[in-house]
Design a protein around this ligand. Structure first.
Ligand code: CP
Ligand code: NVA
Length: 312
C-alpha cells in the first residue's frame, strides 16, 4: 500500500477530515470513560523536532502510548542531522526503524524532502508554512462547541502565518469560512489563499483577507489569534509588535460576532500583545480545550496513516 503523509492538511479529502473529527469525538469520550484502544500496538514513531514544543511533542507522544505504540523524541542535538547528514539519508534510515515520522522544522521544503525520501508516513508537527495538526484540533473544538464545524465562520486577527494558512486550507476544504484581518504586509501567503479560494468554491466556505478587524469579526462564531513573532522571527520582533498592535483581541472585537462566540489561540500566547489577559483567561476562551484536542484529533490521524489496515 502506498504511504500517505500529512504535510499541508490537503492529503486527506474533505470527507476523510470530517470523518476524522467525528471519530475523534467518539474516541475522546471512550478514552475518558476508561476504554483502552490498541490500534497502534507494535508500532513505533520518531518525533524529529528542530524547534521547541510543549503541546505537539507531548500530545503526540501520549497519543501514541494511549493507542499501544511507542515513540522516540529526537532533538537536533541528538541526531547526525546537526553534523551534516542529509535529510534524504536520515529519512531513509529512520524508515528502516519506525512506522511514522512526526516532524517540526523551519522551511516547508525540509519536511517535503524528508517525506519524499521516507517510505513511512510523515506528519507535519509545524513548519514555517503550515500547522495542519493544530487546524484539525481547532475544528474538533468548534465541532464540540457548536455541534458542527461546517458552515461556521472563524475570524483570524493579526499575523498571516503558518497557523492562519492551515486554518484557511483545512477550513476551506471542510466548509468553514475564514475571514483573516491582517496588518498590511503581514497577509497570508498568496499561493495558500488562492488554493483556499479554489477549495472554498467546492465546499461553500468563504475566504476573506482584509485589514479591517470589524469586517472580519462580523458574524464570526470564533475569533482566533496567534503570536506576532513566530519561532525563527525573533530578530523582527520590534517591527512586528508595532505593526500588529491594532489587531489585539479584546472584548471590543466581539461587538458584531454571534452571541456566544468563542476566543481561540493555538498557544503559547503572549498576554498583553496579541490578546488581552481578560480575554484569554475569561469565559469566551476555548484555548485549553483546543490544546487538549490536539491529543484526540492526532490519535485519529495516526490511526488513519499508520494504524492496522492503513499503514505501509
Ligand atoms: N500549538 C502548538 O503547536 O504548541 P507547541 O509549540 O507547544 O507544540
Ligand atoms: N506561529 C507560531 C505557532 C506556534 C505553535 C510559530 O510558528 O511559532
Amino acid at each position: 500500500m502506498t504511504k500517505r503523509d500529512y504535510l499541508s492538511g490537503l492529503e486527506l479529502t474533505a470527507g476523510e477530515t470530517l470523518d476524522l473529527l467525528e471519530r475523534a469525538v467518539v474516541q475522546k469520550q471512550e478514552t475518558k470513560a476508561g476504554k483502552r484502544h490498541t490500534s497502534l500496538a507494535g508500532k513505533n514513531f520518531a518525533l524529529l523536532f528542530e524547534k521547541t514544543s510543549t503541546r505537539t511533542r507531548v500530545s503526540f507522544q501520549v497519543g501514541v502510548a494511549q493507542l499501544g505504540g511507542t515513540s522516540l523524541f529526537l532533538s537536533p542535538k541528538d541526531t547526525q542531522l546537526s553534523r551534516g547528514e542529509t535529510l534524504a539519508d536520515s529519512a531513509m534510515v529512520l524508515s528502516e526503524y519506525v512506522d511514522g515520522l512526526i516532524v517540526r522544522t523551519f522551511g516547508h521544503d525540509r519536511i517535503e524532502e524528508l517525506a519524499e525520501n521516507a517510505s513511512i508516513p510523515v506528519i507535519n508537527g509545524l513548519t514555517d508554512l503550515h500547522h495542519p495538526c493544530q487546524a484539525i484540533a481547532d475544528f474538533l473544538t468548534l465541532r464540540e462547541r457548536f455541534g458542527r464545524a461546517k458552515g461556521l465562520k472563524v475570524a483570524y486577527l493579526g499575523d498571516g502565518n503558518n497557523v492562519t494558512h492551515s486554518l484557511l486550507l483545512v477550513g476551506a476544504l471542510i466548509g468553514v469560512s475564514i475571514s483573516a484581518a491582517c496588518a498590511p504586509g503581514f497577509e497570508p501567503d498568496e499561493g495558500v489563499v488562492s488554493r483556499a479560494r479554489g477549495l472554498a468554491a467546492s465546499s461553500g466556505a468563504e475566504v476573506v483577507i482584509t485589514s479591517d478587524v470589524q469586517e472580519a469579526c462580523s458574524g464570526a462564531h470564533a475569533v482566533y489569534t496567534d503570536v506576532w513573532v513566530s519561532m525563527g522571527q525573533e530578530n523582527e520582533a520590534n517591527r512586528r509588535k508595532k505593526a500588529l498592535a491594532p489587531y489585539q483581541v479584546n472584548e471590543d472585537v466581539f461587538r458584531d460576532a454571534v452571541p456566544g462566540a468563542i476566543f481561540m489561540h493555538c498557544l503559547p500566547a503572549h498576554r498583553g500583545e496579541e490578546v488581552e489577559d481578560e480575554m484569554i483567561d475569561g469565559p469566551r476562551s476555548a484555548v485549553i480545550q483546543q490544546a487538549g484536542n490536539r491529543l484526540h484529533a492526532q490519535k485519529i490521524l495516526l490511526e488513519l496513516l499508520a494504524g492496522e489496515k492503513n499503514g505501509v
